[in-house]
Design a protein around this ligand. Sequence first.
Ligand SMILES: CC(C)(COP(=O)(O)OP(=O)(O)OC[C@H]1O[C@@H](n2cnc3c(N)ncnc32)[C@H](O)[C@@H]1OP(=O)(O)O)[C@@H](O)C(=O)NCCC(=O)NCCS
Length: 196
Amino acid sequence: MSALNDHRLPRPESTEGITLLHGTDGTPVRDLVRDGLAGSGLDPDDVRVAHLCPRCGGSAHGRPFLVGPDRAPYLGVSRTEGLVVVALAQVPVGVDVEPADRHVSSSVSAMILHPDERGDPLRSWVRKEAVLKATGEGLTTQPSSLSVEGGAVRRGGLTVLVRDVDVDGYVMALAVVADAWPQVRMRAAGEEAPAR
Ligand SMILES: CC(C)(COP(=O)(O)OP(=O)(O)OC[C@H]1O[C@@H](n2cnc3c(N)ncnc32)[C@H](O)[C@@H]1OP(=O)(O)O)[C@@H](O)C(=O)NCCC(=O)NCCS
């Protein structure tokens, strides 16, 4: 799984949780990152968002990551109608969100669902995108080649955990390359960070 190897290694010893920030569409990712770094001891001015494409190695698109101090967290990004979500974590993280009323045709379902899966194709879709973002593979991997119904997937010798996140009107999933779930804290853009 070269996409993951292209990036920094997980830091499973970390006890810090995952911060999930959400804004309305149009909220710049960098603003959500600034909010998410509040109270972390990192100066947001020292951190910038960059990308690395697992397929072509280009830096104009692909997996997002933070450039800056060594302790800069891993970054996950998703946007859909009305919502932008950013996840910051000390382990590789992926997030995906879609409107709950999004129609999934039977031909798209066939591209999403693994032969063993019987669940809701939209939920399966966001779980798989979250997993494939956490590993950095993105849609270079066929979603139907993995099953996410058990909440954990093995990719390249590593465990990727995936879970649903409740957001009114949306179907959202979060995935991490880790053996156990860090605590997840979700808040809106501009909302004050809880004391750490
Ligand atoms: C990007 C992708 C993962 C999901 O797209 P989507 O569901 O339409 O859009 P979302 O808003 O949920 O996610 C987009 C974000 O995913 C992130 N992303 C893109 N590629 C990623 C990857 N390989 N791993 C992790 N995250 C990725 C980016 O942060 C992107 O937002 P940004 O560019 O504004 O920072 C999928 O479309 C994809 O993999 N596309 C690339 C296919 C490819 O490799 N093409 C070859 C190019 S050379």
